[in-house]
Design a binder for this molecule. Structure first.
Ligand code: 5GP
Ligand code: ZN
Length: 114
């Protein structure tokens, strides 16, 4: 999808600071970090949100979660701790409609989830 920001990042069309990459997924630094360490993990293939993941994509879902471990290690926050968040839909204020997980850490995060 050429009009999708994260598809354009995945294709290299728009630059981003890559943290981790494999065949299925790409992780890069968030342009507007909400914590000292803030990365985004996306599937290279376009899916709008978590709602688009069906059973045939369980492998991709596992790959995204597995990548969170690699990203946390690469950011040096795997032992200090991190939070994994995926905003889905309007109430969650999803602003980029390409499935992504936020990896947040590098400091003690708010005790509020919302
Ligand atoms: P959402 O609100 O959809 O859960 O998260 C979208 C995230 O994408 C936001 O945290 C925002 O800062 C990040 N973002 C938006 N545009 C860009 C961009 O061009 N490059 C990068 N690296 N991050 C972006
Ligand atoms: Zn996309």
């Amino acid at each position: 999808m050429s009009d999708c920001l994260f598809c354009r990042i995945a294709s290299g069309d728009i630059p981003a600071e890559t943290i981790y990459e494999n065949e299925q997924v790409l992780a890069f630094r968030d342009i507007n970090p909400q914590a000292k360490a803030h990365a985004l993990i996306i599937p290279k293939k376009h899916l709008d949100s978590l709602n688009d993941l069906n059973q045939t994509e369980d492998g991709l879902l596992a790959g995204l979660l597995r990548a969170a471990q690699d990203v946390a290690k690469a950011l040096g926050i795997d032992q200090s701790g991190y939070r994994l968040v995926s905003n889905c839909g309007p109430d969650a204020r999803q602003s980029v409609h390409h499935l992504h997980f936020h990896v947040l850490g590098g400091e003690t995060l708010s005790d509020r989830m919302v």
